[in-house]
Design a binder for this molecule. Structure first.
Ligand SMILES: O=c1ccn([C@@H]2O[C@H](COP(=O)(O)OP(=O)(O)O[C@H]3O[C@H](CO)[C@@H](O)[C@H](O)[C@H]3O)[C@@H](O)[C@H]2O)c(=O)[nH]1
Ligand SMILES: [Mn+2]
Length: 834
């Protein structure tokens, strides 16, 4: 989200739909400042001119004549003569000078050129309304699960086996401490219990920390799964992540054995509590066996690749043993007639070697892609962040509805689901839900080439990840199944996929759609090869991370990976389900939230300044899709204008006499019309996207907070990187990033106070127009205060629990500032006027 929102991410996730505002305000702001500057110049020159004409008068201020001014009468024209001579008896009371021709004409040309540019800009904005055009065709698609079941599962004449294709599920984790093991294991359990043929499903825990804790936790989870999974199947429980399930209020019952439910529920719940205790104790029990630990994990996080099969493929060994009953007042649930088999489970930790960039999550997933190719080679993969889980056991089937559909199915490279979060407070203070992005922007893209890849909860077609053309762009359109010629080209390309015969074989099998539902025998040579392909040095000199797999060298791999796949001509689908497919944990404090935003916006800018720039990259990207990607990569730049705008209340602090042109009426009109239109469009979007005004408002707020903190930080960082070509990573010190937002906040609080003070002093002398301006200015200040409200709450620390403090505190500050202003005014009345 990647998202986003991100992952909008970017923070496309967060801001893409908002660019309407950002862009509008930014563009408008820019124009406004220029006009202000021009007005200032004009004022200055006329003062200058007045002075020089006054020079001839006795006692007038002497102004230096720099030779740029010529008397109109020197270049006398008939009109001048007529003018000067037409007066009859009346004396000539002023002389006229104008700017020398050599200066005047270039000056005029420049003004005209700028005028043309501004007009073109406005015309361009109307024609190419960047942020809104890609939203012309919002589309919602609903999977038909019953039809899928009918065509792929219920085939009485055929021995009953399912025809559904295989899916390899990846769970990425990077740290057993900051990413709680319990959540990761809940994710794994939700996958094991999902409704999909067990012999077609493989779950990979891809552990980037290579920690024994996670390995042993996985072993525990699989052991608990022998109870949990049949329980889920027997009673059709939802969701199938135990932590969330047992937190549900009341025992929701959907299954066919109500009589046994109570007993089974209590039994499984008690076992789950014990499982949790075992997980908690793992770190300490493992430390006691530190010799084993050290043999697995070398120092500095460098170690060889590790692949361990924790649960074998259901065809390889007798059915899972089932749970032993421990003496208690509940009895072991009876699973007669319930399928107790589990899908295959593997633990993979890729090898990290010194001197080889490991490329974070993208590198992790690529290693995983290769390991799974050797082990199960499912035609479809889906990856989850370890803080997400399957919330709807039908989700994988829903994705399949899009992949197998007769219309666009074969050309669908990935199916993205929205990101939903369960730990967000009801008012969504930090805008974590990002509904405008997930339910607005993504539906809109759905009508184009498809949604972007958002980092988690996305099913891929393996071939699309491998950088292979979609069928509609393949040379042999008519024989997609046995495209042997194409396959030869691919196998020839060891330089592209890396030098592993086993892996290259798996690619050609994937191309031929050879389905194998049983894993290969795990002999020593096979295991050695497996460990070799999961080492990050395997990538070296290949296309991995460039044209193959998840993309490297960027702070966020998601948007750019989707872009690469779209660029190849694949399309994507957005899959929303009434009962959310997946669910995750969102950052719940502002620090983490802003770090997420800065990473997303930094990644976006990095993408813009890479060869994956949406202008030049992605040869088969549709025009409007391109505009949308452009929008997703460049949006942090708008923050520069927004920040400048938000700081403009400084004007209030400046003495009244300094001439700053007020925005002229026509400009204000334009701006007003545009702003009204933006919100009207927003209102309509809210309607079709089904988001609430609160979602919309949070989105506005977080775009503003981001625009005064994370986005300018990302822009600055990018600028420094481009200038120094150092490629520093996006790691930000927390406090400096908050300074601009603080300054904006202080500025606006101060401005409101000063405004009050000025009103107290001048109210009697102000004209109606002036009062109007003051009121408008105040409205602007207050508006910014409302936008920054979540930020203000966050910096209040523990006081934030009582937002009412702000309501009391702020007016007190306003009054104090006003009093200070009035006091200073009286004190300095004779010295300077302000
Ligand atoms: O070296 C690394 C670093 C991270 N991860 C995994 O990447 C995932 C995402 O990391 P997280 O810190 O949770 O980032 P978020 O900001 O929550 O993730 C959002 O933003 C990312 C893009 O920056 C997307 O990839 C994610 O899907 C999206 O949810 C987690 O499962 C991590 O374990 C790794 O595997 N290896
Ligand atoms: Mn996350």
């Amino acid at each position: 989200m990647s998202s986003p929102a991100s992952h909008a991410d970017a923070d496309a996730r967060l801001s893409e739909p908002l660019l309407a505002n950002g862009g509008g305000g930014g563009g408008g702001g820019d124009a406004g400042f220029h006009d202000g500057a021009l007005a200032a110049v004009v004022v200055a020159t006329s003062a200058h001119g007045g002075g020089s004409s006054g020079k001839e008068k006795k006692g007038a201020v002497k102004v230096k004549d720099d030779g740029y001014w010529v008397d109109v009468t020197q270049e006398s024209t008939a009109v001048d003569d007529l003018e000067s001579g037409g007066g009859g008896d009346r004396p000539l009371l002023f002389s006229t000078k104008k700017v020398k021709a050599t200066l005047l004409y270039p000056y005029r040309v420049l003004i005209l050129v700028r005028l043309v540019a501004v007009i073109l800009f406005i015309a361009w904005r109307i024609k190419h309304n960047n942020s809104d055009l890609p939203k012309f065709r919002p589309i919602k698609r609903t999977p038909n699960l019953a039809a899928l079941r009918q065509h792929y599962d219920d085939r009485p004449g055929d021995g009953g086996g399912s025809l559904l294709p295989g899916i390899d599920v990846f769970v990425t984790t990077a740290d057993p401490v900051s990413e709680p093991v319990l959540y990761t294991m809940n994710c794994v359990l939700s996958i094991l219990a999902t409704d999909y043929p067990v012999d077609r499903l493989t779950c990979y825990l891809t552990d980037d920390s290579g920690s024994l804790v996670l390995y042993e936790a996985l072993v525990e989870a699989v052991s608990f799964a022998t109870l949990w999974v049949p329980f889920c199947r027997k009673h059709s429980v939802e969701p199938r992540a135990p932590e969330s399930y047992f937190q549900l209020e009341g025992m929701i019952y959907n299954g066919r054995s109500p009589g046994e439910f109570m007993n089974d529920y209590r039994y499984v719940q008690r076992e789950y509590e014990e499982f949790k205790v075992r997980l908690e104790m793992l770190p300490s029990t493992i430390k006691e066996r530190s010799d084993v630990y050290n043999s697995m994990k070398a120092r500095d996080g460098h170690h060889a690749g590790i692949v361990k099969i924790v649960q074998n493929h259901p065809s390889c060994k007798p059915e899972a043993e089932g749970h032993q009953d421990q003496a208690s007042n509940t009895t072991l649930p009876s699973f007669d007639g319930v399928d107790t088999s589990l899908p295959m489970v593997a633990y993979v930790s890729r090898g990290k070697t010194p001197g080889h960039e490991h490329n974070k999550k993208a590198g992790n997933l690529n290693a995983q892609l290769r390991a799974s190719a050797l082990l199960s080679n499912a035609p479809f993969t889906i990856n989850f962040d370890c803080d997400h889980y399957i919330n709807n056991s039908q989700a994988l089937r829903a994705a399949m509805c899009f992949m197998l559909d007769a219309r666009e199915g074969d050309n669908t490279g990935f199916v993205q689901f929205p990101q939903r979060f369960e730990n967000v407070d009801p008012t969504d203070r930090y805008g974590n839900h990002n509904r405008v992005f997930f339910d607005g922007a993504m539906y809109a893209l759905n009508g184009l080439q498809g949604p972007t890849y958002l980092g988690t909860g996305c099913m891929f077609r393996r071939l699309a990840l491998y950088g292979i053309d979609p069928p509609r762009w393949r040379p042999e359109e008519d024989i997609p199944v046995d495209s042997s010629k194409y396959e030869e080209n691919v196998t020839a390309e060891a330089s592209r996929f890396g030098n592993s015969t086993l892996f290259l074989d798996s690619v050609s099998k994937a191309l031929k759609q050879e389905r194998s539902t049983t894993p290969p025998s795990l002999d020593d040579t096979f295991l050695a090869e497996l460990e070799r392909v999961v080492t990050c040095s395997f990538d070296k000199g290949t296309d991995w991370g460039k044209g193959v797999g998840y993309i490297y060298d960027i702070a966020t791999e998601d948007i750019v990976t989707g872009f690469r796949i779209h660029g190849q001509g694949w399309r994507s689908m957005y899959c929303t389900m009434e009962h959310d497919a997946f669910c995750g944990i969102a950052p719940i404090n502002l620090t983490e939230r802003l770090h997420q935003i800065v990473r997303w916006s930094g990644g976006s800018l990095e993408m813009f300044f890479s060869h994956n720039n949406p202008f030049i990259g992605g040869r088969r990207i549709q025009p409007l899709q391109r505009v949308s990607y452009l929008n997703m990569t460049i949006y942090p730049v708008t923050s520069v204008f927004i920040l400048t705008y938000a700081l403009s209340p400084v004007m209030w602090l400046i003495p009244d006499e300094v001439y700053i042109q007020r925005p002229f009426t026509r400009y204000v009109m334009y701006l007003l019309v545009i702003i009204v239109m933006i919100h009207m469009i927003g209102w309509l979007e809210i309607k079709w996207a089904g988001v609430t005004w609160l979602d919309y408002w949070r989105n506005e707020q977080f775009f503003m907070i981001g625009s005064t903190s994370a986005y300018p930080a990302a822009v600055l960082h990018m600028a420094v990187n481009l200038l120094t070509k150092k490629g520093i990573h996006f790691r930000f010190r927390w406090v400096p990033m908050l300074i601009p937002t603080m300054v904006v906040l202080i500025c606006n609080v101060g401005a409101i106070g000063v405004a009050l003070g000025k009103t107290a002093i001048y109210i009697g002398t102000w004209t109606a127009a002036k009062k109007m301006h003051a009121a408008l200015g105040l409205l602007f200040n207050i508006w910014i205060m409302f936008l920054l409200y979540p930020f203000a709450l966050a910096i209040m620390g523990r006081w934030a629990k009582r937002p009412v403090i702000l309501v009391v505190l702020l007016p007190i500050i306003f009054v104090l500032v006003a009093l200070l202003y009035v006091g200073l005014h009286i004190l300095l009345a004779g010295v300077i006027k302000f």
